[in-house]
Design a protein around this ligand. Structure first.
Ligand SMILES: Cc1ncc(COP(=O)(O)O)c(C=O)c1O
Length: 478
């Protein structure tokens, strides 16, 4: 596409994400060069994509507290280098074929043990370089300025009422949940919510908890801590095999199941419509609980995500979510929507745990969502992740490792790459670590033996590095 044309992404509203002070913070040299270097690294890092529109020079200059000349110089420099396009007086846009630095993943970094030098392909990480720092800073500032003195006291154990209200609205809008604000409880993330629920269910006499196999290993660990018997239920191409759950339950009562119906971890499949109905009927007829981890519902790329189970049976389903994949796991902010009968006892579990998300962070999240910036951030991240996903899948396909396969749904932040049956998964992971790539294996997700594989997170994998990473992995797998 010629440089002065743009693609459909133009006008996406990305401009506001450049309102950070980072471009000019730190470093030495003239301000326009520092700004140009920062923009270059955003483009090379895949955080600005071809077609993204940069803010007008006057607006960016104001936001940075710099002169307009600084911005126009930086833009002109990058236009000359082919990174940007756009004539004077029109929008400045990231070019379709922006230059990329040479890919170097085959070369082990000088000190692979240095965490900063390791390319972390953990499926639990979003693109940390894309955290909307300026928006978060603005939201935190607003929270600090507007919080009442009372709000600076001991936080409400169920969460800040403001955030609960905003989340109830948000979940109604995006997931058709019809929870009232007092059904929404703020947590420190999905893991924390599972912890609270296990404690609470155990106190109510629950003994056996079903989990998917393979599953997020943390769920099994948390259930174990609470002395719950974990019943692994296999997953196939349609998600949790509900018939197996029903059969296991017939032998000895199972009171609850933890499931990821939108995008199962780690297999990446959604629960099929017949299984959804079968699961709901199992819960409803036997007064059982479904714990729904609405994992990756924000990141479906080909169409809208399948609906939440909690929208169909709010009285039987406990719904969990967090910002760990949408913003950052470091915030430790999440939520659950709890059916009425389970609400009261949760307070005791929360008291026992003691830890609550900081009130100011909760208020900042409420502000971010309410202002529409959370939605804008997600829109931007969807485009970025989909491009990364396609690049990784294409790169893996190009390597054609006999016996390997990457069955995949157009969603999420990871690809499950099944390895040839004879592969020593842990050895492959160890060797890759030596070459500067941190990998997550499939083995810890299984109860019992399963096919070897890698759960490849691409949240932090820029497109231009996908081929090199795939080459390295393929060589190790062969
Ligand atoms: C399956 C699954 N659900 C949820 C999460 C998010 O967990 P948390 O909110 O505790 O960070 C993760 C993160 O690794 C995950 O793998």
């Amino acid at each position: 596409m010629p440089m002065n044309q743009t693609n459909s992404r133009t006008g996406s509203g990305l401009d506001a994400d450049l309102t950070v002070d980072r471009p000019l913070a730190g470093g030495s040299g003239p301000a326009h060069q520092r700004l140009a270097a920062w923009l270059r690294s955003e483009i090379n890092g895949g955080r600005l994509l071809p077609g993204d529109r940069l803010p007008p020079s006057r607006a960016l200059a104001e936001q940075l507290g710099a002169s307009r000349w600084v911005v126009t110089e930086a833009y002109d420099q990058l236009k000359a280098e082919g990174y940007l396009t756009g004539r004077t007086g029109s929008a400045t846009i990231v070019a379709e074929v922006a230059p990329r630095p040479p890919a170097t993943p085959d070369t082990p970094p000088a000190t692979p043990t240095d965490p900063a030098a390791v390319l972390d392909l953990s499926p639990a990480l979003p693109d940390l370089g894309s955290f909307p720092r300026s928006w978060w800073r603005a939201a935190i500032t607003r929270a600090l300025v507007t919080a009442s003195d009372v709000q600076l006291g001991h936080p409400d154990p169920a969460g800040e009422p403001e955030l609960r209200r905003v989340l109830a609205d948000y979940l109604r809008r995006v997931r058709a949940l019809d929870g009232r604000p007092d059904h929404v409880q703020i947590t420190q993330g999905v893991g924390n919510a599972v912890w609270l629920l296990c404690r609470h269910l155990r106190a109510r006499g629950v003994r056996r908890l079903a989990v998917e196999n393979p599953c997020w290993p943390r769920v099994r660990r948390i259930a174990g801590v609470h002395d719950l018997d974990v019943v692994p239920v296999p997953v196939d191409g349609e998600g949790l095999i509900v018939d197996h759950l029903v059969a296991a339950d017939a032998q000895q009562r199972i009171d609850a199941v933890v499931t990821m119906p939108t995008h199962q971890f780690p297999t990446g499949v959604p629960l099929s419509p017949p299984r959804r109905l079968a699961l709901l009927s199992w819960a409803e007829t036997g007064n059982r609980w479904i714990v729904e981890d609405d994992y990756d519902s924000e990141f479906r790329y080909d169409r809208r995500p399948v609906g939440a189970l909690a929208a169909l049976a709010p009285e039987r389903v406990i719904y969990l979510g967090s910002v760990s994949k949408t913003l950052s796991p470091s915030l430790h902010l999440g939520w659950m929507v709890v059916p009425e009968p389970l609400r009261a006892g949760l307070d005791a579990a929360r008291d026992a745990l003691g830890a609550l998300a900081p009130a100011l962070d909760q208020l900042a999240l409420a502000d971010l969502i309410d202002s529409g910036r959370y939605d804008r951030h997600l829109r931007r991240m969807r485009r970025l992740y989909q491009a990364r996903r396609l690049a990784l899948l294409a790169a893996l396909a190009a390597e054609s490792v006999p016996g390997a396969a990457a069955p995949s749904m157009d969603a999420g932040l990871h690809v499950l790459w099944y390895l040839p049956a004879a592969t020593d998964e842990s050895r492959l992971i160890e060797r890759s670590r030596g070459a500067g790539i941190a990998l997550t294996g499939l083995a810890p997700c299984h109860t019992g033996r399963g096919r070897p594989g890698l759960v490849l997170g691409y949240g932090n994998l820029p497109e231009h590095r996908a081929a090199g990473v795939a080459r390295l992995l393929a060589a190790a797998a062969r």
